[in-house]
Design a binder for this molecule. Structure first.
Ligand code: SF4
Length: 377
């Protein structure tokens, strides 16, 4: 019988120290780790079975890796039970996530620990024809992660939301999981001409490492970076790495998202989230564009919800959606629709009055009022 192998990975952030190490690893410090599980076995060959033709359901493997590796170690400090000094210094009475282990918390020992807990689960669950054969744990250099970038521009001003008017530079990422008919940045995602013009992905989307992106925004003489799209969360792990790298350099960061992907694991708590759920006028089905459970995953206090509205139908729709929105009204902004100053101006007074009447916030669209839809602002 032919044997096959497949792999699945998860990543987590963990703090540790190696108490007997003679160099810098003696000090408490942290890493982002990638855990890769390799399973081997024979294909299911059973007509009509839901797993016919499969070795293992990838979602099962991901679920087990998440439960037995990620959820155990993520955002925890891992300490050897014999490391009295470290244990005492962590014993602050605070509800920190401390994982005490009977081994020196090196990557090798964590790999062994994960293997020993995961192997019986894999072996037991999958039709008895699959074995966990390898677990690899390696530190990830987040600055080497890469993202597809549409453009980087600034300094300019943030035109919308709670930080409107603030000096900022923008990183626009490529890729989007929606297809709004009126999208003003189709060059970030429309490779097939869905909106009338097909953009050339090779020309519009440049693959860049986090290190290269940070090097480009550092000289822009601003301390605020807004990451926009497209939909930035379609590049989740690269986005988290970029946010961390920017935070480490002292930047304030904001992310603009359409609210269809949940708060990303590992994102810095200092990042602001500007969520702009799309309405029926975007041409996307409600199932694709409106995900109230997802919206509830973003941190209160660091999140603003922005609805672009044009007419009474839009307002009625927003009011309906807000009944399902699990957040306080103080987090919600109404913004006038428009790609040019006259269009935005025309709707502004009406939208502002509605916002006041409903107890919501009003957001201007300063960049449109100042520069219309000119790229670079
Ligand atoms: S979510 Fe944003 S980037 Fe994506 S299609 Fe809609 S407007 Fe364009």
């Amino acid at each position: 019988m032919t044997m096959l192998a497949l792999q699945k990975e998860v990543e987590f952030d963990t703090g540790h120290r190696v108490p007997d190490h003679s160099s810098k690893c003696f000090n408490p410090h942290g890493h982002r780790y990638r855990v890769r599980a390799t399973c081997a076995g024979s294909l299911v060959n059973e007509d009509g079975a839901p797993d016919n033709g499969m070795l293992v359901d990838f979602s099962d493997l991901k679920h087990w890796l998440t439960e037995y590796a990620h959820d155990v170690y993520d955002h925890a400090f891992v300490v050897y039970e014999g490391d009295e000094v470290m244990r005492k210094s962590l014993d602050s009475g605070l509800d920190w996530k401390v994982v005490t282990v009977p081994f020196i918390p090196t990557a090798e020992n964590m790999a062994l620990d994960i293997f020993e807990r995961l192997a019986p689960i894999v072996d037991k669950h999958w039709r008895n024809n699959l074995r966990l054969v390898k677990i690899e744990v390696t530190p990830v250099d987040i600055t080497k992660k890469s993202l597809r970038v549409a453009e980087i521009f600034g300094p300019t001003i943030q035109g919308e939301g709670a930080t409107a008017g603030m000096n900022a530079a923008f990183i626009r990422l490529s890729g989007c999981n929606l297809a709004c008919t009126w999208c003003d940045t189709p060059y970030t995602w429309d490779w097939t001409g869905q909106n009338g013009h097909a953009y050339d992905k090779d020309k519009e989307a440049t693959k860049m490492t986090v290190e290269e992106i940070v090097a480009l925004v550092e000289p822009l003489n601003t301390d605020r970076i807004v990451i926009t799209g497209g939909e930035p969360l379609t590049q989740e792990s690269g986005l988290v790495a970029l946010l961390k790298a920017l935070e480490a350099k002292g930047f304030f960061t904001e992310v603009e998202t359409n609210g269809t992907r949940p708060f990303p694991d590992g994102a810095p708590v200092t990042t602001r989230w500007n969520i702009s759920p799309k309405l029926a006028n975007s041409g996307n089905t409600k199932a694709k564009r409106w995900k109230p459970k997802v919206l509830g995953t973003f941190p209160v206090g660091m999140t603003a919800f922005k609805f672009v509205v044009r007419d009474r139908d839009d307002i009625d729709e927003v009011l309906g959606l807000m009944r399902e929105l699990p957040v306080p009204l103080s987090m919600v902004y109404l913004m006038p629709e428009g790609k040019t100053y006259p269009e935005v101006y025309k709707h502004s007074q009406r939208v502002a009055e509605l916002a006041i009447e409903l107890g919501l916030n009003f957001s201007p669209r300063l960049h449109v009022m100042l520069w219309d839809d000119e790229r670079g602002h």
